[in-house]
Design a protein around this ligand. Structure first.
Ligand SMILES: Cc1ncc(COP(=O)(O)O)c(C=O)c1O
Length: 393
C-alpha cells in the first residue's frame, strides 16, 4: 500500500518554518525573512575562478571519487584544518580526513562510536540548538540522545556535571548555533579533562569558527591534543568560509587517530567524498584571498550589532551577546500585540502573521539571522517591532 511509513509530526523546526514561511507568502504577507541562516549570493570570486579552472583540468584525479582523501587537491584536509586551528600538531597526535560538508556526516559520528550494534548514550547541544545531531540519533535505534540544557544561566556553555553518567559521546557545536557562544580555552580544558577521565568521546561541529569575532574563540583541536587519552573529533566546513559555500559541500575533520580511524571506516563504506574542483576553489580563497574572508566576517559582525540595537531599542531581551556567527538569540517576550504570549512558537507565528517578520523558535527563545541585508531592511524591522509592543513580566 502507498502512504507514509514515518510517524506523523516528525519534521524539525527548520522544516516547520519553511512551511510556515511559504504559507504566509502565499497568503500575500510581505516577509521580512530573518529565519534560515544561509549565506546569500555567490561564493567569493577567488573561489569561483579557481574552481572553474579546476573543472577544466585534464587531470583524472580532479574528476574521480576522492573518498576520505583528496587526490585532486593534495593535503586538502591538513591545509584546511590549519586555517582554523592556532596550534601545530606533533607527528602522530592527530589524523585527518576530507568530507562533503558537516550535515551528512553528523549521523556517522554515533555510528563511528559503535551504535549500529550497541547502546550509545549521546549528549547534544541541541536545547536550544541546531537539531541535526538529535535528529540523526533518532534514526539510530541503539543511540539515545539527551540535550544538555543551555541558557543564559550557564552562558550557553555546559558544565561537566550536566553530562549524565553512562554517556558515550558528546556532540557539541561551538561556536554555538543559535546563541553565538564560543568555546574558550579554560572551558574546553574542563570538558576535555572530564571526557578523558570518563572515557567519553568528544565531537565538535565547528561550522561557524571562521566567523568568530575575537581570539578567545578556540577550536576543540586547539586544546584536545594535550589530553593523550581523550578520543576526539572536530569538523570544519567551507559553507560559511567562502561567502556562500553552502552548495559546495567541502569540509575536513581532524581528531585523535582512534576516532578518525573509526570514522574513516564508516564513512569509507557510505560516502564517496567531496567534489575536488570545488575544494580547489576553497583552497584558492583561504590561501590567496584572506581579505575577502575577513570582509565577510566583518559584514556579519556589523549586521549583528545593528539588529541587536534595533530590537533592544524596542524592548527585546538578547539571550546572549553573540561572539561569533550570524545569529541573534532572543528571549521570547511575555506580551506582544496586546496579548499574552503563550510560547516562543506563538510569538514567532504572531510576528509572521502580523508583521511578516520570520525567525526560528527554539523555546523559550526566538532566533533572528543576519544573512539578509539588515541595514536595507532596518526600517521594516523597526516598524514590525514598533507594532509588536513587546513586554516581559
Ligand atoms: C551548527 C551547524 N552545523 C553544520 C551545518 C551545516 O554544515 P554543512 O553545510 O557543512 O553541511 C550548519 C548549517 O546550517 C549548522 O548550523
Amino acid at each position: 500500500m502507498r502512504g507514509s511509513r514515518l510517524p506523523a509530526g516528525g519534521e524539525n523546526v527548520l522544516q516547520t518554518i519553511r512551511g510556515k514561511r511559504a504559507a504566509a507568502e502565499a497568503s500575500g504577507i510581505k516577509l521580512i525573512d530573518l529565519s534560515i541562516g544561509e549565506p546569500k549570493g555567490p561564493a567569493l570570486l577567488s573561489a569561483r575562478e579557481a574552481a572553474a579552472v579546476a573543472v577544466m583540468s585534464e587531470d583524472e584525479a580532479m574528476h574521480t571519487y576522492q573518498y576520505n582523501a583528496s587526490p585532486g587537491v593534495p593535503n586538502f584536509a591538513q591545509r584546511f584544518v590549519q586555517v582554523h586551528v592556532k596550534r601545530d600538531f606533533q607527528e602522530g597526535d592527530v589524523d585527518y580526513l576530507t568530507m562533503p560538508g558537516i550535515k551528512p556526516m553528523l549521523g556517522l559520528v554515533p555510528l563511528a562510536c559503535g551504535c549500529a550494534d550497541q547502546n550509545l548514550s549521546v549528549a547534544t547541544t541541541t536545547s536550544p540548538g541546531y537539531p541535526i545531531p538529535a535528529d540523526w540519533c533518532g534514526y539510530h535505534p541503539y543511540a539515545t540522545n539527551y540535550a544538555i540544557s543551555l541558557s543564559p544561566g550557564n552562558e550557553f556553555r555546559f558544565t561537566p556535571d550536566q553530562i549524565e553518567e553512562g554517556t558515550g559521546l558528546v556532540m557539541m557545536n561551538y561556536p554555538h548555533n543559535p546563541s553565538g557562544q564560543v568555546a574558550t580555552e579554560s572551558w574546553l580544558r574542563q570538558i576535555c579533562e572530564y571526557c578523558s577521565e570518563n572515557d567519553i568521546r568528544l565531537f565538535n561541529d565547528a561550522a561557524y569558527i571562521i566567523l568568530s569575532h575575537g581570539p578567545d574563540s578556540l577550536c576543540l583541536a586547539d586544546v584536545a591534543p594535550d589530553y593523550p587519552d581523550l578520543s576526539w573529533l572536530e569538523a570544519f566546513t567551507a559553507a560559511k568560509l567562502i561567502g556562500n559555500g553552502t552548495g559546495w559541500h567541502v569540509g575536513a575533520m581532524v581528531g585523535s587517530p582512534d576516532f578518525v580511524g573509526d570514522f574513516k571506516e564508516v564513512k569509507g563504506k557510505t560516502d564517496t567524498g567531496f567534489v575536488a574542483p570545488m575544494a580547489a576553489g576553497v583552497v584558492a580563497a583561504f590561501e590567496g584571498d584572506r581579505e575577502s574572508i575577513d570582509l565577510v566576517r566583518e559584514m556579519y559582525r556589523s549586521r549583528l550589532g545593528l539588529l541587536a540595537k534595533i530590537l533592544t531599542d524596542r524592548g527585546m531581551h538578547l539571550a546572549l551577546d553573540p561572539a561569533a556567527g550570524f545569529f541573534t538569540l532572543w528571549l521570547a517576550p511575555d506580551r506582544a500585540f496586546g496579548q499574552k504570549v503563550e510560547s516562543a512558537e506563538h510569538f514567532n507565528f504572531m510576528m509572521i502573521e502580523e508583521t511578516g517578520m520570520v525567525g526560528v523558535h527554539f523555546p523559550p527563545y526566538v532566533r533572528y539571522a543576519v544573512c539578509a541585508d539588515v541595514a536595507a531592511m532596518s526600517d521594516e524591522i523597526g516598524a514590525a517591532f514598533d507594532k509588536a509592543q513587546v513586554g516581559y513580566d
